[in-house]
Design a binder for this molecule. Structure first.
Ligand code: TRH
Length: 382
């Protein structure tokens, strides 16, 4: 790869934080690990600020971690296209920018970075070209995934080193909890993070926890799940800093943390409920028991995605473990009554770390997404 190669990454924030979370993480890694000059074009800097508090939404251009963050304005300002152009997560490049790409003598390499999925068809689509209907340009599909033959998932070179150093440092863990206003962990309690969409299942989960025998401390980042927390506790408008108790359950409402602190939360908890794509992958690397909630789509179109990941994720598990995991994940995604399924799932918690380590080894075989992307671009540019 030529030194100082320029990449433009385009991101529209459809909903939630996954789009910006993924593109920011990728941009930062490309700069830090490959010396690439990255411009990240984002249409919604307000959302970006939630996971990167230093972002100033009013600025058209700002720099963080070596990434040039640009406000994606309409109409799009004249800009010289980079050598590599990433259209991320179903966004569409501005017409003016496409024209500018087409008018270059050496055309930029244009990639459509798709959503992560475990479904079978992903391997078949990875790397396919798609000629532009009018302009002399070709776009390539780059499919993240969990198996060889896909683009892999994001993983920075420092991730495991930093995770292990943190987990080996009791002082750092205590300081982390103190910073959040949460008591230090104690051996007689189970500590779980819960990042979720609106879900009726939360009520049944909380009811099971409250009436169980185990002390549970549940950490809920502010956002879509708060209405369900309200409903369970008979409150209106719980907010950041609140602490709620019923029976064996204590719930703390956390602010949205910056991405690196959110990693620490996943590492420090005994188990994690995650959603969407990026928190899912981070929880996989955290290696703790995890429960995934897919991004909801109409007509339950997300259901096959959950099934497909379960099929891969459960490979190698014995039948009873796989059954308990499947049952809990599916009920959670269907907004079902998860209470009765919890004890069976959680009673197997000692087995999940081994499963997580095996899964990480499998992901490592695919290679990480940034490395695969750079390799793909090098090959196509030859
Ligand atoms: O926010 P999400 O639900 O994003 C979703 C999905 O990506 C989905 O696939 C996409 O189609 C949809 O958006 C539009 O979940 P996700 O992907 O986990 O993204 C959350 C990001 O927020 C991730 O980068 C982690 C980060 N985060 C923090 O930085 N701090 C926090 O406190 C929390 C809870 C999350």
């Amino acid at each position: 790869m030529p030194a100082g190669q320029r990449w433009d990454i385009f991101c529209t924030v459809i909903d939630n934080y996954g789009d910006i979370g993924i593109t920011w993480r990728l941009a930062r890694q490309l700069v830090a690990e490959y010396g690439i000059r990255v411009r990240l074009w984002v249409d919604d800097l307000e959302s970006f600020r939630h996971i990167r508090p230093e972002i100033v939404p009013a600025l058209d251009s700002q720099n963080f971690c070596g990434v040039e963050v640009r406000r994606w304005l309409t109409p799009f300002p004249p800009a010289e296209p980079a050598e590599i152009v990433i259209e991320a997560l179903a966004c569409h490049l501005p017409e003016q920018y496409e024209q500018a790409m087409a008018s270059r003598q050496v055309k930029p390499l244009w990639l459509n970075l798709e959503y992560l999925s475990a479904e079978d068809w992903v391997t078949g689509c990875h790397g396919l070209p798609s000629p532009h209907p009018r302009l002399p340009l070709t776009k390539y599909f780059f499919m993240p995934g969990y198996v060889v033959g896909t683009g892999g998932v994001l993983k920075e070179s420092w991730l495991i080193r930093r995770r292990d150093a943190f987990l080996a440092d009791a002082g750092a863990i205590d300081a982390f909890w103190r910073g959040l206003g949460i008591p230090a962990a104690s051996p007689d309690e189970v500590r779980l993070s819960l990042f979720s969409y609106e879900s009726l299942a939360i009520e049944s989960l909380f009811a099971a926890w409250a009436s169980g025998t185990q002390l549970i401390r549940c950490l809920v980042p502010a956002g879509k799940a708060l209405a369900d927390v309200d409903r369970f506790f008979g409150r209106a408008g719980v907010s950041v800093g609140d602490r709620l108790e019923r029976g064996k359950l204590t719930v703390h409402i956390l602010p949205m943390l910056d991405q690196d602190s959110y990693d620490r939360l996943l590492w420090a908890c005994d188990g994690n409920f995650v959603r969407g794509e990026d928190s899912l992958v981070r929880a996989m690397w955290a290696g703790k028991p995890l429960v995934w909630q897919a991004y909801r789509q109409e007509d339950a179109a997300h259901r096959p995605k959950v099934e497909a990941l379960l099929d891969l994720y459960c490979t190698g598990l014995d039948e009873a473990d796989a059954l308990a995991l499947r049952r809990f994940w599916l009920l959670w995604n269907d907004d079902g009554d998860v209470g009765p399924a919890w004890p069976e799932f959680w009673s197997r918690r000692d087995r999940w770390p081994e499963q997580a380590a095996d899964w990480q080894t499998r992901l490592d075989r695919v290679g990480d997404l940034a490395a695969n992307l750079v390799k793909f671009c090098n090959e196509k540019s030859e």
